[in-house]
Design a protein around this ligand. Structure first.
Ligand code: NAD
Length: 365
């Protein structure tokens, strides 16, 4: 069997280290990207305004990188406190950078409904600033975080419900609209400037990402950290709706893999294989596992795991509340395109991802 593409990419990066800018570095996914890059001997600039990200995440990622064998991690990481709404700050951060992984965002559907101007300026203006600054600074590639929210009310493939990149529905929230606009801005950059500037832009549509350092306390925290925090205290979690909503949960380690593959895509794959004339989803990839888990099934997994870890949650069942405006009912990735064109091959078992998330949340990692 041939070796996974990611192993060749990682070996190449290790042999010829590069300089990366990760926006949203103090957040959940951004902190994992920075951590892994440090273990690959890369130079990293982490930009964040610490709106939802934390200094504790930065300290934790450095500790974790060192524990994984990274040397001089502190010296190879520069943390810049800045806002993606400030173009000049983003341009300055892009100077001398080879690859940008853009993850700064208001990453919450309810918050983009409650704070529409804040949401738009961070998610749309901020993404445009990153693309334009990268172009002006001569960056080689930008990978930006999109979302399965872009599928909106698209039912997916008949029978499986799987979403394929080519077909999206109506957006169900401002967040979904922002993510779609940012995808289009990235594609426009490729079409308008790609050849001349050499900048390659790829959008990754993440499904539900699971891992350590996802904020359990935030008002809009994702479901797993929220449940773990409550079950850890012996309190009753809430499920919005009847629990039959389905999600494609994906370990954050596979998101890291997808970012490295996407950042190096243009240097690995010929233009004729990257271009898709007439396809509105050119340069866009689903990133998930391709699985389908109901919220009730997930609850059982988390509950059992928490009992195993000694949490005082024996017999605690979830409380149901009305489904939330803007929440998608079924969400599942078709990852064929990412497999075939990017070389993406998920390599972390979901059970392991859940276990490490729960251990971290309980302060045992
Ligand atoms: N976590 C998921 O399951 C998921 C799913 C789909 C898409 N995404 C996308 O992935 C990206 C990262 O998500 P996350 O879960 O790590 O969220 P997060 O909230 O943990 O991280 C976002 C980071 O961006 C920073 N930030 C916010 N506004 C900023 C600004 N104006 N300038 C600079 N920094 C700013 C925050 O402080 C935070 O550190 C986001 O674009 C999100 O929309 C995440």
């Amino acid at each position: 069997m041939s070796k996974p593409e990611i192993e060749a990419v990682e070996a190449h990066l290790r042999a010829t280290p590069r300089k990366w800018l990760v926006t949203g570095a103090a957040g959940f996914i951004g902190s994992h990207l920075v951590e892994h890059l440090l273990t690959l001997d890369q130079q990293v600039v982490g930009l964040d305004n610490f709106e939802t990200g934390t200094h504790a995440n930065i300290e934790a990622l450095v500790r974790s990188a060192v524990a994984r064998g990274a040397t001089d991690a502190d010296d190879r990481l520069l943390v810049v406190e800045a806002d993606v709404r400030e173009f000049d700050a983003v341009l300055h951060a892009c100077e001398g950078i080879d690859h940008v992984l853009h993850h700064a965002a208001i990453a919450s559907v309810p918050r983009t409904i409650a704070e529409p101007i804040e949401g738009f300026t961070v998610n749309v203006d901020g993404s445009f600033h990153v693309l334009e600054a990268a172009r002006q600074a001569g960056v080689r590639s930008v990978v930006h975080a999109s979302s399965s929210a872009v599928y909106g009310d698209c039912p997916g493939e008949p029978g499986t419900g799987a979403q394929r990149e080519q077909t999206i529905g109506r957006p169900l929230s401002p967040y979904a609209a922002h993510k779609h606009i940012a995808e289009v801005l990235g594609q426009t950059s490729n079409r308008t400037f790609g050849g001349a500037s050499g900048l390659s832009v790829v959008a990754l549509r993440y499904f539900n990402i699971v891992g350590a350092r996802q904020d359990p306390e935030g008002a809009y925290a994702a479901v797993i950290p929220k449940w773990v925090a409550l079950l850890g205290k012996g309190e009753q979690p809430v499920i919005f709706g009847d629990g039959q909503h389905t999600r494609d949960f994906c370990p954050v380690e596979d998101v890291v893999q997808a970012n490295l593959l996407a950042a190096t895509w243009a240097e690995r794959v010929a233009p004729e294989l990257r271009e898709r004339p007439g396809d509105p989803s050119e340069g866009v990839f689903n990133i998930g596992l391709g699985g389908r888990t109901t919220l009730l099934e997930l609850y059982d997994l988390v509950h059992a795991g928490m009992l195993e870890l000694g949490a005082p949650c024996q017999g605690i069942a979830p409380r149901h509340e009305a489904a939330r405006t803007g929440d998608i009912v079924h969400s599942r990735a078709d990852i064929t395109r990412a497999r075939e064109l990017l070389g993406y091959a998920p390599r972390t078992a979901m059970a392991d991802a859940l276990r490490s998330t729960m251990s971290w949340l309980l302060g045992r990692a």
